[in-house]
Design a protein around this ligand. Sequence first.
Ligand code: FES
Length: 66
Amino acid sequence: MIICLCRAVSDREIRSLVDSGARSMAEVREACGIGECCGKCARQARELIVERVGTMVANELSRAAA
Ligand code: FES
């Protein structure tokens, strides 16, 4: 699904950037330009970043507890 219409950035690309080490909207923006035009995508992009980072942390904790 396209999240940023201005830069044609998808949810998949945002998740991939987080998987590659991006941990903030600023880092994702720097990598793909999301939110630099009209900014309407910013809230949804931030939610995706937080969700992905949260999943990664939960997975780390599960592995550490195992
Ligand atoms: S929709 Fe992302 S900057 Fe416009």
